[in-house]
Design a protein around this ligand. Sequence first.
Ligand code: ADP
Ligand code: MG
Length: 139
Amino acid sequence: MALEKTLSIIKPNAVAKKNIGAIIHMLEGAGLRVMGMKMGNLTQRDAEQFYAIHKDRAFFKELVSFMTSGTVVILALEGTNAVVKNRDIMGATDPKKAAPNTIRAKFGEGIEANAVHGSDSVENGINEVAFFFAERELC
Ligand code: ADP
Ligand code: MG
């Protein structure tokens, strides 16, 4: 079992609803350690680059618009099997299909405003953390 990095983003809907603390509590409770944290508003360029993998999907424009619609909290997380641990505590993309007691089941408001982002592979965990954090910003 390897020590991995993964990226979480608390999305604008969850920040607006004052769910930052509750979500970080769940991530820490799942065995993840916060190694970097920043709060701010993504630019259109940030969001387009970050979600470039989805650029041909029908929902891409809306997703970029949603992710830039308000403040987000960006978390670099570390832990043993951090990628899977984070995906498990997040729950399914569609909050209606997310298992009970997952972040998306509790705080998701729809398939787009689903409260959190999480890296989907070990490689993307490394790349997504590096997208937002310089090495010296990680503790
Ligand atoms: P996940 O965030 O679970 O890894 P994806 O990578 O497939 O899911 O999608 C990225 C994000 O795009 C989702 O978290 C969600 O905000 C949005 N999204 C995914 N599917 C749809 C959809 N069918 N309609 C609108 N937005 C969507
Ligand atoms: Mg994804």
